[in-house]
Write a protein that binds this ligand. Sequence first.
Ligand code: 2P0
Length: 359
Amino acid sequence: MSRLILDSSNPVAPGQVIWRSPSNIALVKYWGKHGIQLPRNPSLSLTLAASFTDTLLEYAPRETPDDGQVELDFFFHEQENEAFRTKILEFLNSLAPTMPFLKQLKFTIRTGNSFPHSAGIASSASAMSALALCLCSLEDRLFGTLRDADAFDQKASVLARLGSGSACRSIFPHAAVWGATQFVPGSSDDFAVPVGDLINPVFKDFHDDILIVSREEKSVSSRAGHALMDGNPYAEPRYAQARARMGALLEAMKSGDLATFGKIVEDEALTLHALMMCSNPSYTLMRPDSLAIIEKVRQYRADTGNPVYFTLDAGPNVHLIYPGDIITDVRKFIDDHLLEHCEDNYVQQDWVGEGPEEK
Ligand code: 2P0
């Protein structure tokens, strides 16, 4: 097995790799972790398309002596960004013991998102998956260790997970499951696996219109939110519930049973936010407008029978998910009744996508 160390007598030619990687929306939520970025329960997400991060990784032989740190310049939307650089540097340093070549090179990362900065859309999934994919492309280019496509994806998913848990699911098209579950052969706590082939094609034509209720930075970060699960009295029953819901959701997604699908998805979103409210200290990330939207979606569904469902991430924004064949009706409903609850009337229109792309 390659030790992933460069031969210093034969310097590598400078080069670059570029990946575009999407965000994802969890349907069964990852909330609670242990060890080194390991989930307390399995999660399932739809891979998105329009909300993505582009990451360019430039590399060249290192010119400065090894000071124990990876050598990194970092630009976000063309601007140096010290806060992001520090976060990425910490991540790369943590990988260096198993990827020693990271300390033998000098890196410049140029990255940017397709969605407005601080639109309140989680960017860690797209950003960390794009970076993980760049690192795998680089490893393969330097050492030829990831020629096998499945091995490549699996390592990219592991690295993405180490950067941000939810990012490990963005590696795969359509839908992915992260966390060992009896319902998905080959599933693991270490990486996500694709489940697009297990589900009814209706879900590959799903839309996700993200209603931006607030762009404000969250009062409690996801990292802190995960940590608060450790003292939450409902933690164990919650993890058991998530495991059971994974089975039920997969069943509904295989058969294309939209009503059952929607019930589980909405229950999951509300459970996530209930867990926040009964953490100690308690906190609330939903806003009055989030609840107003939820009420209107329920009423719209009762009135029309249209299979439109809501889910939420760890934030106030509401994701409306629905099959593409009702898009005209749903977009009219959004324009007429939901836009008034969105900051600056902003909706990020997204849909289920084909996964990351090397550029
Ligand atoms: C998820 N979320 O499954 C859940 C549901 C938000 C709500 O994973 O600490 O940014 O980087 O592993 O992945 C958000 O947390 O947390 C998240 P870290 P992450 O998508």
